[in-house]
Design a protein. Structure first.
Length: 151
């Protein structure tokens, strides 16, 4: 039996809400139409994984003045701390604050609209997932940071 995955009205989607979520859980394209506008329903985990793959991290981490600074070029966030790991943690906190501000008011600002996908990735990820996205393999990064600190 084919899964119903396109709901032409909000009422149809509401009356079949379990079916809407079941279709999204299966990973099939699932849509709901309301007032001629179509919306997609997707699993948060599936969307996070797609965003992680499609939005490569552009994070830059530099050693400066006895500490570490981390930032993403073009995004108004940064982190800094005495250690590499703490600078990344500070950047993660800054990303979370930015995501809150973006959802509250910045989403409609012309110079912030392009960060929609980044905000979705931040909102759908836990701290460890964000750390992995920012720096890649955490064991390799820690080894590299330790080697740089010793030089």
């Amino acid at each position: 039996m084919a899964t119903v995955r396109h709901f032409d009205t909000f009422t149809s989607a509401r009356n079949n809400f379990r079916g809407v979520l079941d279709a999204a859980r299966k990973g099939v394209v699932t849509t709901v139409t309301r007032d001629k506008e179509r919306f997609v329903v997707v699993s948060a985990d599936a969307l996070r994984e797609q965003l992680r793959r499609l939005l490569p991290s552009q994070a830059v981490v530099v050693s400066e003045g006895g500490g570490w600074a981390a930032f993403i070029p073009g995004v108004p966030v940064h982190g800094d701390a005495d250690s590499f790991d703490d600078a990344i943690g500070d950047l993660i906190d800054a990303l979370r604050d930015y995501a809150d501000d973006w959802n509250d008011r910045l989403h409609s600002a012309p110079n912030h609209g392009q960060h929609h996908s980044l905000v979705e990735l931040v909102e759908l990820s836990d701290d460890e997932q964000l750390r992995e996205w920012l720096v890649g393999r955490t064991d390799a990064v820690t080894d590299t940071a330790g080697a740089l600190a010793r030089t």
